[in-house]
Design a protein around this ligand. Structure first.
Ligand code: URP
Ligand code: ZN
Ligand code: ZN
Length: 462
């Protein structure tokens, strides 16, 4: 049995903050106390540092085949980059190819991840073709594969998008078997029409990406899926919410005491749509869907976090190198949608959130880890620091300042949307299941260290 003792840190969970030592045996937290005098194979002094639960990023796309290319991070490189920044666990989307089975999608994602991921991982199952055969697969996906969350795309017409009937019927099935429906909310028909109109008019620069996807598209689709969830009673989670108008639909639903789980992503809190209007092809770097919004939307999202309307801040990590983005140099509609972020999420959220006084330390833990763990059935194994939980802990030094750059990041992508940003606070050490995975920027684990996580049905969504 191996043991590790972390002394003199300040333990922070979603609800508490206290001085304490953490004693870890093998992969789990064994004891928490003050001035623990236990002998251990290794002792780490965390004086002056916070001990946070390992970050969970519930929205990533490693090696995603998308728009004629593949997202540039593998499960190995992407999860390792996450560990550098303090993310110990991801939930990636295994996406069905229309015409194929859900099981085939899961096989394909397991092949990419098993034996390769460095950090821990689970899968959501994205349903792009809900039919009688797919319906029959749902109980097995939930009970055998250990996947309790299913995703639908309300946009990307022609290859990922499903219609309302499919969403409604899938929700009814999930209610029976204890699943949760997650949704990419944009009105794909409206967008399809606007994209075509711009392209036909020769308006092909990256700025037309944002102009073809106005907030109303997202708000309408968000309201629609909320209503379908209300009617069916299906637990639901809206991914990557970006704007005030969509958040208003959530607020309205709470007035009838409906529970709607909401995710935003770090880029929607920090970057705005003026970036699409830069000269040349620069705007392609942040072509993602939904697009970046206005500063007033960022304010609404920060407020939404504190109003408990938003429960998780993910990344939608879906990186493409510039030569891949250039597939759309003559037509914004061909720019692969997505951007990197997994390595920087935790530190940016601390720096821009906690250090700038927008959120509390406890809220930081809740939205970077605990909330996702609870919603998706990983809690309390993941998402908190407590006896019996996986020893996924980051030792975070709030005093260290550093600068983000593609020259020093570990993500397999040749730009960083936050290039040159000064960040307050740094992940000093990342511990995954009791093993020091990354320490002072040096990785001590490698390919295959990550474990696949099964998640149970009927989780008590908070
Ligand atoms: O632009 C994005 N978000 N790319 C990844 C796929 C998705 O919609 O989540
Ligand atoms: Zn999406
Ligand atoms: Zn996504």
């Amino acid at each position: 049995m191996s043991s590790l003792l972390i002394k003199n840190g300040t333990i922070v969970t979603a609800s508490d903050r206290y001085a304490g030592d953490v004693y870890i045996e093998d992969e789990t937290v064994a004891t928490i106390g003050t001035h623990l005098e236990l002998s251990a194979d290794r002792v780490i002094d965390a004086q002056g540092c916070y001990l946070f639960p390992g970050g969970i990023d519930a929205h990533t796309h490693m090696e995603l085949p998308f728009m004629g290319t593949f997202a540039s991070d593998t499960f190995e490189s992407g999860t390792l980059a996450g560990l550098h920044g303090g993310t110990t666990c991801i939930i990636d989307f295994a996406i069905q190819t229309q015409g194929d089975s859900l099981a085939a999608a899961l096989d394909s994602w397991h092949q990419k991840a098993d034996g390769h991921a460095v950090g821990d991982y689970a899968f959501h199952c994205a349903v792009t073709d809900f039919n009688d055969d797919t319906r029959k697969e749902i109980p097995d996906i939930i009970n055998d594969h250990g996947i309790n969350s299913f995703k639908v795309f309300m946009a990307y017409k022609g290859f990922l998008m499903v219609d309302d009937r499919q969403i409604f019927e899938l929700m009814q099935e999930l209610v029976k078997h204890g699943g949760i429906l997650t949704s990419h909310c944009e009105n794909g028909d409206m967008i399809d029409h606007m994209v075509k109109t711009f392209v036909d008019d020769g308006k092909v620069e990256p700025r037309y990406h944002v102009l073809s996807r106005p907030p109303i598209c997202e708000a309408e689709a968000s309201g629609r899926v909320i209503d379908l969830a209300w009617q069916t009673g299906c637990p639901n989670y809206i991914v990557h919410m970006t704007c005030e108008e969509a958040l208003e639909r959530v607020r309205k639903a709470t007035l009838r005491n409906q529970k709607v789980h909401v995710e935003t992503c770090i880029q929607y809190l920090l970057l705005d749509d003026s970036l699409y209007f830069q000269d040349g092809f620069e705007g392609a770097k942040i072509v993602m869907s939904p697009p970046l919004r206005k500063k007033k939307d960022q304010e609404a999202l920060w407020a939404g976090i504190n109003q408990n309307l938003i429960h998780h801040v993910a990344t939608d990590h879906c990186p493409f190198c510039m030569n891949q983005k250039e597939m759309g140099i003559d037509n914004f509609a061909k720019i692969p949608n997505g951007a990197p972020g997994i390595e920087n999420r935790m530190e940016l959220l601390y720096s821009e959130g906690v250090a700038k006084g927008r959120i509390s330390l406890n809220k930081f833990v809740e939205i970077s880890s605990t909330g996702a763990a609870k919603i998706f059935g990983l809690f309390p194994r993941k998402g908190t620091i407590t006896a019996g939980a996986d020893a996924d802990i980051i030792i975070f030094d709030p005093e260290v300042k550093h600068t983000i750059s593609a020259d020093s990041h570990h993500m397999m992508v040749d730009y960083n949307a936050y290039e040159g940003w000064e960040v307050q606070g740094k992940t000093r050490t990342t511990i995954l299941r009791g093993t020091v995975a990354v320490d002072e920027g040096v990785a001590h684990v490698g390919e295959g260290f990550g474990k696949y996580l099964k998640r149970p049905p009927f989780t008590p969504h908070f």
